[in-house]
Design a binder for this molecule. Structure first.
Ligand code: DMJ
Length: 928
């Protein structure tokens, strides 16, 4: 701390020693044990409670890791819904996501150092032996260079770092002879051909066996890569060089970083999202701190920490200054254009940016870290998880959540920095939500849609590499960990690299490839960090006082556009027209449109923003129209509501978004296709009938099962292997005739999701499901039922008591039944019911059940439709109400007419705007 607090602060004054021992691993860059100085604010958490939460994290890790090892290993990842391994090539392709899978037991390698952090030394020793025995790095598979570097190379190096630490301690790993490091080196050499470009930026993908050039490689034709992909190599590559003495790795990673630095946009000092690896031209010129760029910034600062090279800090500081100038709009972080950084490039944020508060802690800029973190936490409280993307007024933009760890990471670092027990409570909420909504009998399943609570058959390796590490460390005391975590730095995948590398094999940093940083004006650099020993003891409520004004930012904030409208009213100026408010039937709006770009620079700016918003709005609506999800939740033993499947709705029958859910046992109809009168009405009577897709219309199937007495129907896709992971959901169309006679709810499941129910019937016979628009709280589902209390409480300790072998589903299932108890629960269903998809648009008059595709012009709907509403209060209420009422009146009066009117003008306006945008892009090029 004294080093960090004095001189040039932040350690740059002492680059030759490992100045970061107090700094890096805790990411408390300038922050030491603020935990000990806390005196007021959120109630302190007792050691006992922290230990309890730490144990809960351990149990959760066992559940995830144990199920992976039992049901998936040696596959790369666990598929927690179908309880098997994900083997690339054997499952329908998910596109880029699959590029992380190289048939190299990804999850095992990514979990290695987590095992040591969680004190599972014995398991670590076993895991290392398995890696050495089973893992092949020479597969004929095309993998992402970035993912392979951060997860596999990083995993091997993290494993090696802790293996040698343990060996030195003298008890475990005595047999270890740098084998993991040898594997890391082998992998490093496999990745090097990717750097064979004139720029030195790596190709995004490489074939592990054949490299890039050979025809068998099936890669090497790409022209673009993301900035983070090219700029997130230095920690692993430098560590590899310094561990082995082979300097080439660090040289290549430095060269790529030097090139990116050269190519930064010189007036804004920002970088774009994607770059041409041959020409160095920016391909995507938008710039933020989330997807596509995130870890480039992280690695600049951490490279300085690990390698002690000032040039990295100077670059980081230059970028950081630009980020705070243009992108940071506290508490938001909004993408901008690199050439026009005052212009927002988006109206939404992505979940990956949740790492940024943690990085700000490492930099020592605590205030904006607290602000952004608080905003993110409120989004989480609203949706239980951080959706992959959410708008500036906190509506869901992309509803998926693959159990990302970034928010837990920032929570940990903020706790280390502030010592504020509030962050422990945040961590507790994360644990509860994971157990309540993501935990399934065979692991933890990603959320397919945070609004419905439906799951995806996916548990990414980063969940084990990062989430459990940060959560465990959050609640741990120093003595709970068998080594000093502060001797290490976390990579972007939370792998641990020892800080002593900074003084080992330094030859590369001596011949520094960067020549330019001396030209920089560093007067704006903050070379010192806030000293928490001064900051927090003087004002123990410091963090709380920053959070306080943001307390209701998500639920009660005025949408940003509205705020500006309101301000304009106050100043007497006309409010700017926002895309979401635009109505083509409003002559005043058309007048404003005409003026845009003509009168003044403010009008021009409004015009450009309006265009961007309109395009985004349109694509957002297209997305939402294509995906009006419903939920099928399996509520009977042993699932107890823990498996939620994504289902498509029907354009006929009971609308689950307007009515209470339908619950019942399932039964297969005979004939299974449901295309004629059922021969087993007694079996489906009072139940939810399962019917296979195909051979007749959806409506016909519905009528047949309804006539047999079914209370609902689930149509299961007949295309084997189809899944909502890989195919867009659609709505089952009617038969072109009046379908008012169909009263029961009908949902559609793709084959993979359907087979989860079919398998359950095979195994458990009696399978009860809930059909609804949103997964229900388990407490509400199980009201009055005989069930084990751990299911309600999500209390893993009880689960352990009652379910000694959590890895053995059928065995544990029996125990659940025998130890069940009567519980009468208050309905805990959230009052906040999503208004999404409340009125699925009837788009396709398709007359056959497989003709459900939607034409582009049909996809544009009323901008006010299908959006979550943000509640408003305070000054903007009246205005917002006016806007809301106006649009509601229009919709109510005649939605079809009103929608029809809007579609055409927007289409033609968009066509005009595309021309404008092209011109705008030309203008940007000219400026270059
Ligand atoms: C991880 O693999 C890494 O943290 C990476 O930098 C981006 N995010 C994923 C997890 O969300």
């Amino acid at each position: 701390m004294s080093e960090a607090g004095g001189g040039r602060g932040c350690g740059s004054s002492v680059p030759q020693r490992a100045p970061w021992s107090l700094v890096a691993a805790t990411a408390a860059f300038c922050l030491v044990s603020a935990t000990s100085v806390w005196t007021a604010g959120a109630a302190p958490m007792s050691r006992e409670e922290r230990q309890k939460l730490g144990n809960q994290v351990l149990e959760m890790f066992d559940h995830a890791y144990g199920n992976y090892m039992e049901h998936a290993y040696p596959a790369d990842e666990l598929m927690p819904l179908t309880c098997r391994g994900r083997v690339r090539g054997q499952e329908p392709s998910r596109g880029d996501v699959d590029d992380a899978l190289g048939k190299f037991s990804l999850t095992l390698i990514d979990s290695l150092d987590t095992l040591v952090v969680l004190n599972k030394t014995k398991e670590f020793e076993d895991a290392v032996r398995k890696v050495l025995r089973d893992v092949n790095l020479d597969n004929d598979v095309v993998v992402s260079v970035f993912e392979t570097n951060i997860r596999v190379l990083g995993g091997l190096l993290g494993g090696h770092s802790l293996a040698i630490m343990l060996k030195e301690k003298g008890e475990y790993m005595q047999w270890y002879n740098d084998e993991l490091l040898q594997m890391a080196k082998q992998l490093g050499y496999k990745l090097l051909p990717a750097f064979n470009t004139t720029s030195g930026l790596p190709y995004p993908r490489i074939n592990l066996k054949f490299g890039i050039r050979k025809p068998e490689a099936r890669t090497g034709t790409e022209t673009d890569t993301c900035t983070a992909c090219a700029g997130t190599l230095i920690l692993e590559f430098a560590a590899l060089s310094r561990f082995t003495g082979a300097t080439i790795f660090e040289e290549y990673a430095r060269k790529a970083l030097d090139f990116l630095w050269e190519k930064r946009q010189r007036s804004s000092n920002l970088v774009g999202v994607t770059i041409n690896i041959h020409t160095g031209d920016w391909v995507r010129k938008d710039s933020g701190v989330g997807a596509g760029i995130d870890s480039y910034y992280e690695y600049l600062l951490k490279a300085y920490v690990l390698l002690g090279d000032d040039s990295f800090l100077e670059r980081f500081n230059t970028h950081y200054d630009a980020i705070m100038r243009y992108i940071s709009q506290p508490p938001l972080l909004l993408d901008v254009h690199i050439h026009k950084p005052m212009l927002n490039a988006r109206t939404w944020m992505d979940a990956l940016l949740a790492f940024f508060p943690g990085l700000q802690v490492l930099k020592g800029d605590i205030r904006p870290a607290i602000e952004t973190h608080e905003m993110l936490y409120q989004v989480i409280k609203k949706h239980n998880f951080l959706p992959e993307a959410f708008t500036t007024d906190f509506r869901v933009h992309w509803a998926q959540h693959p159990l990302r760890p970034e928010f837990a990471e920032s929570t940990y670092f903020l706790y280390k920095a502030t010592g504020d027990p509030y962050y422990l409570e945040v961590g507790k909420t994360l644990i509860e939500n994971l157990n309540k909504y993501a935990r399934v009998p065979c692991g933890f399943a990603a959320m397919k849609d945070v609004r419905t609570g439906s799951h995806e058959d996916r548990m990414d390796s980063f969940f084990l590499a990062e989430m459990f590490k940060y959560l465990y460390l959050l609640f741990a005391d120093k003595e709970d960990i068998i080594f000093d975590i502060e001797d290490y730095i976390f990579t972007t995948e939370a792998h641990l690299l020892p800080l002593w590398l900074s003084t080992t094999n330094q030859s590369i940093s001596k011949k520094n490839t960067t020549s330019e940083y001396t030209e920089l004006d560093d007067s704006n650099f903050d070379w010192t960090c806030p000293n928490t020993q001064i900051l927090f003891p003087n004002d123990p409520l410091y963090a709380q006082s920053i959070r306080e004004p943001l307390k209701n930012v998500v639920d009660k904030s005025c949408p940003r556009g509205i705020i500006r409208v309101e301000e304009s009213f106050r100043s007497g100026a006309k409010p700017p027209l926002r895309a979401r408010d635009f109505m083509a039937t409003n002559p005043e709006h058309l007048e404003i449109l005409k003026k845009m770009g003509a009168a003044s620079s403010i009008d021009a700016e409004d015009g450009l923003r309006f265009m961007q918003e309109m395009i985004e709005l349109s694509s957002q609506q297209q997305k939402e129209q294509q995906l009006p999800p419903r939920a099928v939740q399996i509520v009977s033993h042993p699932f107890f509501g823990r498996v939620v499947l994504t289902a498509g709705p029907a354009q006929f029958g009971l609308d689950l978004s307007k009515h209470k859910e339908t619950r019942g046992f399932v039964a297969s109809s005979k004939p299974y296709n449901g295309c004629s009168e059922l021969t087993n009405p007694e079996a489906v009577m009072g139940k939810i009938a399962l019917i296979q897709r195909g051979q007749c219309m959806f409506a016909e199937k519905a009528r047949n099962i309804q006539n047999a007495g079914a209370i609902g129907g689930i149509v299961i896709d007949d295309n084997e292997g189809s899944s909502s992971d890989t195919a867009p959901l659609f709505q089952m169309a009617g038969d072109g005739k009046d379908t008012d006679d169909i009263k029961i709810p009908m949902l559609f499941l793709f084959s993979k999701e359907g087979s989860i129910i079919l398998d359950a019937i095979r195994e458990y016979e009696e399978v009860e499901v809930l059909l609804s628009d949103k997964a229900k709280d388990r407490a509400a589902i199980l009201k009055g039922k005989m069930i084990p209390s751990y299911i309600i409480n999500s209390n893993p300790e009880m689960e352990n008591e009652e379910q000694p072998s959590s890895e053995n589903d059928s065995q544990s299932a029996e125990q659940i039944t025998s130890s069940s108890q009567e519980v009468d629960l208050v309905d805990q269903e959230s009052p906040e019911e999503s208004s999404l998809n409340s009125q699925p648009e009837s788009l396709s008059p398709a007359d056959m059940d497989n003709a459900a595709s939607v034409s582009p012009s049909e996809q544009i709907s009323n901008p006010m439709e299908n959006h979550e509403t943000t509640s408003l209060d305070g000054e903007c209420t009246d205005l917002d109400n006016q806007l809301q009422e106006q649009s509601e009146t229009e919709e109510d009066s005649n939605p079809n007419v009103s929608w029809g009117k809007k579609v055409q003008p927007i289409d033609s306006i968009l066509a005009d705007w595309n021309e404008d945008i092209e011109a705008f892009e030309m203008m940007e090029k000219d400026e270059l």
